[in-house]
Ligand binder design. Structure first.
Ligand code: GLN
Length: 305
C-alpha cells in the first residue's frame, strides 16, 4: 500500500503547478505551493502515508464538520437544521447572495461560510472562550492528537482581513439567523479555521466517521451513528461546495476541503484519508489533492456509488 501511495504522489506531483495558493488570507499565501501528501487510516488499524504527510497546515473549512458534529450533539439535528439548510449550493463558499434571495432566515448548508458561522453560534458554552475550548478538546480527541493547536499567525491574519465573513455574520444577525455577539461568534470561527493539522489528523477523523462515529483505535463512541451518517451525507452533497457533484462522480466518497489545501475523505466501513496539496482551483479546493484522491479511488475501487 505504501508503494501504491508513493506512486500516486509521484504521478500527481505535476498538478501542484496548477492552481494557486490562497491569498485572500495573507498568511496562507506564504505556504510552499509544491507540497503534496497523503495519509490513510484503515478501520483495522493500519496506517499508510506518502509525500508531505508530516507537513502542518491549517484545517480551514474542514473544521466545519467538527463544529457540525458538536452543534448536533448539543442541540439535536432538528434544531440545527431549523437554523441551517441542507441543500447543495451553486455559489462559492463565501457567497452572500443566497442569504438574501433564498430563504432569508437560513444559510443554505453548514459547509459554506455563512452556514458554518451559524452552526458555531449553536455550540454550547458560557462564553466564546469556552465554546472554542470545547471545539479544541473535541478536535484533539477525534484526531488522537493532544498537541493540536491554533496557528496564531493565520488566526491573526484571518481576523484582520475577514471582512467577508463579518459581512455574512452581520447580515445573518439582521435577519435573525444569528443570536448573540457577532464578533465573538466570528472569533470562534476564525480560531477553528486556524487549527493546525497534518494529513494524519484528517485521516484519523475520517476513520472515525467511516466507522460510524466510533474511534477505531479505542472503540470509543464519539457521536451517535445517525450523526455520523448525517455529517457524511452533507459532505457528499456540500463538502466541496459548488464542485461537490464532480467530486462525487470522479471520486465518490464523502469529502471536505479547506483553503489551507487539505481534504478529508472518508470511505464508509473502510478507511479515513487525509490529503494535502497547497495549490487550489478557483473553487478553493486542492488541485493536486483531488487528483490524488481520484487515482486512489480508481485503484482501490472506493466509490460508494
Ligand atoms: N477561513 C476560511 C474563510 O472563512 C475558510 C474557507 C475555506 O476553507 N473554504 O474564508
Amino acid at each position: 500500500m505504501n508503494r501504491l501511495l508513493n506512486s500516486i504522489i509521484e504521478n500527481n506531483k505535476k498538478w501542484t503547478k496548477e492552481g494557486k495558493v490562497a491569498s485572500y488570507i495573507p498568511e496562507l499565501y506564504k505556504m510552499d505551493p509544491d507540497l503534496l501528501g497523503i495519509y490513510v487510516c484503515t478501520l483495522s488499524g493500519e496506517e499508510y502515508f506518502s509525500g508531505d504527510f508530516n507537513k502542518k497546515f491549517t484545517i480551514q473549512s474542514i473544521s466545519k464538520i467538527i463544529t457540525l458534529m458538536l452543534a448536533i450533539l448539543d442541540n439535536g439535528k432538528d434544531y440545527v437544521f431549523s437554523k441551517v439548510g441542507m441543500e447543495p449550493t451553486e455559489t462559492s463558499f463565501n457567497s452572500i447572495i443566497n442569504l438574501e434571495i433564498k430563504d432569508p432566515h437560513k444559510p443554505i448548508n453548514p459547509m459554506i461560510n455563512a452556514g458554518a458561522i451559524a452552526t458555531v453560534s449553536m455550540i454550547a458554552g458560557k462564553d466564546s472562550d469556552e465554546v472554542f475550548q470545547r471545539i479544541l478538546k473535541f478536535a484533539r480527541k477525534i484526531s488522537g492528537n493532544p498537541a493540536m493547536d491554533i496557528n496564531q499567525n493565520v488566526y491573526k491574519s484571518e481576523k484582520e482581513t475577514g471582512n467577508r465573513n463579518r459581512a455574512l455574520g452581520y447580515f445573518m444577525k439582521s435577519t435573525g439567523v444569528l443570536d448573540g455577539n457577532v464578533e465573538e461568534i466570528l472569533d470562534v470561527y476564525f480560531k477553528q479555521c486556524s487549527l493546525e493539522v497534518t494529513c494524519k489528523d484528517l485521516a484519523r477523523i475520517g476513520a472515525m466517521l467511516a466507522n460510524d462515529g466510533v474511534l477505531p483505535s479505542s472503540g470509543e463512541r464519539i457521536v451517535p451513528r445517525d450523526t455520523a451518517r448525517i455529517v457524511k451525507t452533507i459532505m457528499v452533497t456540500c463538502g466541496m461546495y459548488d464542485a461537490s457533484g464532480k467530486f462525487a462522480v470522479d471520486i465518490g466518497v464523502p469529502g471536505k476541503s479547506g483553503v489551507g489545501g487539505g481534504i478529508l475523505a472518508c470511505v464508509p466501513r473502510r478507511m479515513g484519508i487525509g490529503v494535502f496539496g497547497t495549490s487550489l482551483d478557483e473553487k478553493g479546493n486542492s488541485v493536486a489533492g483531488i487528483k490524488v484522491l481520484e487515482e486512489l479511488s480508481k485503484q482501490l475501487d472506493l466509490s460508494i456509488f
